[in-house]
Design a protein around this ligand. Structure first.
Ligand code: SAM
Ligand code: SF4
Ligand code: SF4
Length: 419
């Protein structure tokens, strides 16, 4: 079993080191408070107790945070933990250069208040450098780097220097996600960055502004043009330019989607990434309806697992019961975790905002029924109750009493409130 955290690091602008659970950072594994601590990052954190706890659990094929990991899109129950790579390669380093933003998108609005409250909102270069040094001194290399978070990374003036430093010390394939409302700098091309993902969710300023409040489409187009030109000028193939388009109900007519792809051609964009969302005004279209003309396009449909029919839950449950009868306890526990993951994904279909999602994660008590019928909602929650009960029995039989107790505590708190 593994997840992004078995060989991953998520560093936030204020020094927090959360576990990267897909529904919000509800578990914190540590905090970098000063440079001295950053100098010892590998020993104190990456190889330290809290990070190691996750790996130990995954190795035993149990989840580290019962009731939270089942909700997480990054849990891979069937993949090997790959502990042998621990001292060689960090799979994933995600850092948040800035918690500030120059835009005001609705899905992010829950963050606005916290953003105001945060004083230390920009990751300090010296701290970052010390962390990278500490990892490099431990002979670690990097597989993938992800530069973003809950703010706009380019608002940290050192972001390009940070990327350059990581490339120099740890290597890795580095992607930055930006809203693109930033002036062009030659460093964007020369710092070693591999990919730049620019959020552009409309083909006119009016449509673009619906979601990206305070944003300017012109600035994005200008930035794209200048990166393309400068790459040509110095003969660089990188960074690969990705335009990301979030599909809402107001920007997804066939004409607009075709026009968007034509624009990407005209501007010399390398790739398009299409994202379906559950933020307000989300599109109910399915990914199959997307009219593709651009050669390099990735379509990420929202929550495919949530669309698995309820009947399939019963089929899966009956297979688990057969496994339990044959005393195949480990397999049945793993299949139960997968089943719970599908149940959560079905409930997430009824979650409409980022804040609701956070609330749901911390206190599974209430979701709007949204696209789920009331009966479906009740059926799924009842189903989850019995799946958790099974898991408790399985873990007791396997000799994992602590784990069973954690699930029992979680289950005791699981309350259902309907609108
Ligand atoms: C919180 S943003 C931070 C990076 C940058 N400020 C930006 O907006 O691109 C991280 C990623 O979430 C994406 N995002 C923003 N709103 C979203 C939504 N409603 N649904 C899905 N992805 C969203 C952004 O486009 C970006 O790729
Ligand atoms: S599976 Fe669990 S430990 Fe791993 S990222 Fe998700 S919530 Fe965190
Ligand atoms: S630009 Fe990015 S960080 Fe800023 S408000 Fe929008 S989604 Fe959030």
């Amino acid at each position: 079993m593994k997840c992004v955290m078995t060989r991953g690091i998520y560093l936030r602008a204020n020094g927090n080191l959360p576990c990267y659970c897909g529904n919000g950072c509800v578990k914190t594994l540590g905090k970098i408070v000063n440079e001295k601590e950053a100098n010892n990052f590998a020993k104190l954190h990456y190889f330290g107790n809290n990070f190691q706890y996750i790996r130990d659990c995954m190795e035993k094929e149990i989840v580290p945070f019962p009731g939270i990991c089942e909700q997480c899109v990054y849990l891979e129950v069937d993949s090997p933990t790959e502990s042998e790579k621990l001292h060689q390669e960090i799979d994933w380093l995600h850092w948040e250069p800035s918690y500030l933003c120059n835009l005001d998108c609705q899905w992010c609005s829950g963050e606005k208040q916290r953003r105001k409250e945060q004083r230390n909102t920009v990751l300090q270069f010296e701290i970052f450098q010390a962390i990278i040094d500490s990892l490099s001194q431990n002979n670690l290399k990097l597989n993938k780097g992800n530069v973003c978070g809950q703010g706009e990374p380019t608002l940290n003036k050192n972001v390009w220097k940070m990327i350059q430093y990581v490339k120099q010390k740890l290597k890795g394939d580095i992607l930055i996600s930006t809203n693109g409302n930033t002036p062009f700098l030659p460093e964007i091309v020369t710092c070693g960055l591999d990919k730049i993902k620019i959020a552009i969710d409309g083909i006119t300023q009016e449509k673009y502004n619906e979601y990206r409040k305070n944003g300017s489409l012109d600035k994005i187009l200008k930035l794209t043009k200048q990166i393309v030109e400068y790459k040509k000028e110095i003969g660089s193939k990188s960074p690969i330019i990705i335009w990301q388009y979030i599909i809402f109900n107001y920007n997804s007519s066939k004409e607009e989607l075709l026009e968007f792809q034509n624009m990407a051609f005209d501007y010399g964009v390398d790739m398009i990434r299409v994202v379906y969302t559950k933020a307000s005004n989300y599109s109910k279209q399915r990914a199959n309806d997307f009219p593709v003309i651009f050669p390099n396009i990735l379509i990420e449909e929202y929550n495919r697992k949530g669309r698995i029919p309820i009947d399939e839950l019963y089929e899966r449950q009956s297979i688990i019961e057969q496994l339990m009868t044959k005393n195949e306890l480990k397999r049945s526990s793993i299949d139960t975790l997968k089943l719970l993951n599908i149940c959560y994904n079905k409930l997430f279909l009824g979650v409409e905002t980022y804040n609701e999602q956070l609330e749901f994660t911390k206190k599974i008590s209430r979701v709007k029924t949204g696209s789920l019928s009331k009966n479906d909602y009740i059926e799924i929650v009842n189903f989850m109750n019995s799946a958790y009960q099974n898991l408790i029995n399985i873990y007791f039989e396997m000799g994992f009493g602590d784990q069973a107790d954690k699930y029992q505590t979680y289950l005791n708190q699981l309350t259902i409130e309907m609108d």
